[in-house]
Design a protein around this ligand. Structure first.
Ligand code: 5AD
Ligand code: SF4
Length: 463
């Protein structure tokens, strides 16, 4: 595949941070085959939709985007050009052939476990383009391979220019064995798999060498991580954190998303011992009602979750918590919903994501009959979000007067300002020169604005 002028690749990413990471890896895998990234879909030769299947709306969005892409493809063909279209990600994994049938202009459909085979699929799809439209078929790859896709994909690298590339995602674990009854992930991403320790450390080291200061480890069930070390022993996320803390230049570590059942002693101890591990934890509970938690197959009660939070806060008293909540799970009564509001009050979240339950085909939840009215879901969601928003602004307000280490990442919105993140993942804006970018600086928090903090520089602690 020797191109004279590089072809243009546009990737549209939906859903979680793992998809963001995967999209970057796909772009890296296609670069040696003559595809350069573009931000402008109209000039693309190949558009990949990296899709999300977690909720109903997410997959509907994909089909409407495909409608728009069909028009773009027609326009290009009318002027002698062409556009190849690939659907990747979890909708592709779940619907496979169905996408090829419903959207015949699509050239490739492939799931998250097939990304390392993308160059081969592309070659096949390019050959197919010369076939008669009636005979043309999309290349579909939704197998779960035996081989390790990460061993075949280019490792994450960063282009460190001012304000970019200081933070990076690193996928360490994929898939999930928990089978919450509402969730498609165990079906779309498959069984839980952890990358070997050496591979993770090597990728982190390379990121740090390229100037990355903060890494967020990713996994659908990241704290279930159990990568093998050189002797074949399984290493948990807590132990991995100590190893990553040794990497020169790497200053901060985060991880997401965690399951309460996998918050083990070693990981809690790492939070106690390592300032490197940021005091912000996304630990979804989904509901505060034991009855609903059981129906959701969450494998923990509300009281067990609260005890866990206590243990975490004993280890790291300033830990800020974040969560996910589902309202309107089948059978959820007013009393169940009140229990959810109660657990939110008891924990005091720094932030939280909340969703109306949506039936996902193929999940056990889809067979439950007691569906909740949309109007009830809407009302519950609004009440829950009011409470969470109030907690978020209370949390921001509680930071005023404190001095926090802020990783300065970019120029600010206003001239003369720079912006960064607090340890608790809050956006912080302050007056300061662009020389501060890339360093962690002590910043006194002097106020709040919508969804962010306003600070004043104290002194540099790291460059
Ligand atoms: N309906 C609504 N929300 C869902 N989530 C997962 N599946 C569903 C569903 N079927 C939410 C959960 C999960 C987050 C990523 O998305 O809260 O933690
Ligand atoms: Fe889905 Fe539950 Fe696994 Fe999270 S833990 S990915 S919600 S099945």
């Amino acid at each position: 595949m020797n191109q004279i002028a590089p072809k243009k690749l546009f990737i549209k990413t939906y859903g979680c941070q793992m998809n963001v990471y995967d999209s970057d890896r796909m772009a890296d895998a296609l670069a040696p085959h003559g595809y350069a990234p573009t931000q402008d879909m109209a000039e693309a030769d190949l558009v990949l939709l990296n899709t999300c299947h977690i909720r109903e709306k997410a997959s509907e969005k994909v089909f409407s985007e495909l409608g728009r892409l069909k028009e773009l493809q027609n326009e290009k063909r009318a002027t002698g050009g062409d556009l190849m279209i690939g659907v990747a990600g979890c909708v592709a994994q779940a619907e496979g052939e169905e996408i090829a049938r419903r959207a015949p202009m699509v050239d490739m459909v492939f799931g998250p476990q097939a990304y390392h085979r993308l160059p081969d699929m592309l070659a096949k799809a390019e050959a197919n383009r010369h076939m008669h439209p009636a005979l043309k078929r999309a290349v579909v790859d939704t197998d779960f391979p035996e081989e390790d896709k990460f061993a075949h994909l280019p490792a994450a690298k960063k282009d460190v220019t001012i304000g970019r590339g200081l933070t990076a995602f690193l996928t360490v674990q994929e898939g999930c064995d928990k089978f919450c009854s509402f969730c498609v992930v165990p079906y779309t991403r498959g069984a839980e798999v952890s990358r070997p320790v050496a591979q993770v450390v090597e990728e982190a080291r390379r990121l740090a060498d390229a100037g990355v200061k903060e890494i967020t480890l990713l996994g659908q069930n990241v704290n279930a991580y159990h990568g093998e070390d050189a002797s074949g022993r399984a290493v948990g996320l807590g132990e991995l954190a100590y190893l990553l803390a040794e990497i020169p230049g790497l200053e901060r570590l985060r991880y997401t998303t965690s399951h309460p059942r996998d918050m083990d002693d070693a990981l809690i101890a790492a939070h106690r011992d390592l300032d490197f591990l940021m005091p912000y934890l996304h630990l979804p509970v989904q509901s505060g009602s034991d009855r609903i938690l059981k129906a959701m197959n969450r494998k923990h009660t509300a009281a067990e979750y609260m005890r866990l939070i206590e243990r975490i806060k004993t280890a790291r008293p300033d830990m800020a918590l974040s969560g996910d909540f589902i309202v309107g799970f089948p059978g959820e009564t007013d009393a169940d919903f009140e229990d959810t509001l109660k657990i939110i009050r008891d924990v005091g979240y720094a932030s939280a994501y909340s969703f109306k339950y949506s039936t996902r085909p193929g999940t056990p939840g889809a067979n439950l009959t007691e569906q909740i009215d949309e109007a009830v879901k809407v009302e519950r969601l609004a009440r829950l979000q009011d409470l969470v928003n109030k907690q978020t602004s209370d949390f921001h307000a509680s930071c005023v007067g404190r001095t926090l280490p802020v990783l300065i990442e970019r120029v600010g919105r206003m001239p003369g300002q720079v912006g960064g993140r607090s340890p608790y993942l809050q956006a912080v804006h302050l007056e300061g020169s662009t020389d501060l970018i890339g360093g962690i600086h002590e910043v006194e928090i002097i106020g709040t604005s919508t969804n962010s903090l306003v600070g004043r520089l104290r002194q540099a602690v790291a460059a």
